[in-house]
Write a protein that binds this ligand. Sequence first.
Ligand code: PGA
Ligand code: ZN
Length: 437
Amino acid sequence: MAKIERIEAREVLDSRGNPTVMAEVIVAGNIRAGAMVPSGASTGKYEAHELRDGDPKRYSGKGVTQAVEHVITEIQAALIDKDTANQDKLDRTLISLDGTPTKERLGANAILAVSLAAARAEALAQGLPLYLYLQQLFPKREPTLPVPQMNLINGGKHATNNLAIQEFHVVPVGAANFKEALRMGVEIHAALKKILIEAGLAVGLGDEGGYDGGAAPALDESEEAFAYMTRAIEEAGYVPGVDAFLGIDAAASEFLVEEGRYHIDGSVLTAKDLGWRYKTWNERHPLISIEDPFGDDAWDEWRGFTSYNAKGVQIVGDDLYATNPQRIQQGITHKAANAVLIKPNQVGTLTETLKAILLAQEAGHRVIISHRSGETADTFIADLAVAVGAGQIKTGAPARSDRTAKYNRLLKIEESIEGAYAKPFRELLSQNQPARV
Ligand code: PGA
Ligand code: ZN
């Protein structure tokens, strides 16, 4: 039993240099545990509220001093003397203290920082690595090292090039374990750099460490990105579609021009044609995961696409679900997707995050634990991914410390556990993968 004695908070910076909240929970005299909250750029409209000051004289309005103040005053007062062993109760206290459906009063950034720091404090108090403590809160699955979806080319809101698709991932499903998967990803990332330089493209990095290719001549079209990535897999000495596959996060809400119409690769497509475009890519390239293929209100577009394509390709709801258990339930009922992206800051507490994961897993959906485009050195999601047996993690390119910190944490965890690495993908691939042309 560890009672909360004090909570501290401060404004720190994320990987884009924007302010974010760090909270520290102090228990049992000298145990101090902190957490830092990430921040999105292509934020879904159903996400919990990130409280920013809006004062144009500080950080262009992006300061978080009010959120920090809420931690130090109201949240601290409500949680003082509370037991960190009862995460569910702590989170329920935070939710009712805020009192709004989107956590807009205290700020989901203030609330999440405390929720995660409390879990860390309890893990420390129990002398457990975080993933083992989190597993106590989620004893449903075997801890498993996740397959990384590594972002190799950035587009959309995360880059300055002309690509509508926000993220192009490599997914090293064929590796024997996480360590080998990471090495494969690094080697493919390095091979891609050479290829892009030879093609006269820029190799500056976008927000998540993937190549931006933004300076003229720019990377313009999705097909180019797929071709470069497949070549990079081969030049690194691997077999596309055997050792390594591709994934995308379309983040389609960002290129939705009006209901049912999407601006991509130089033309405006109907939802149906966009669906065909994805299908063509799926046939031409070893593409096994498509995130947010349509807008976050387009339930019928999602349902139609998933019912037609669900075998052999993972269709992932991110902005669609916003880690919100009610929306995930709606998606399960609608058969809108077959996988869920989980971002703790979309919902605002650890308990609600675990609830979202459980709901998805019990419905047979795959789960991917995810970073945000604005990250910090905090590695909580690495432990979370292992603890809940998510099977997959999306945490950027193997570049930039905010991304590699999570990978490095997974390397350490892998020394202690053996897991069924890549099991969810192997199951997926044993279903009907389309013939390659
Ligand atoms: P975001 O992007 O963090 O900018 O929302 C990540 C994603 O869409 O998955
Ligand atoms: Zn996304």
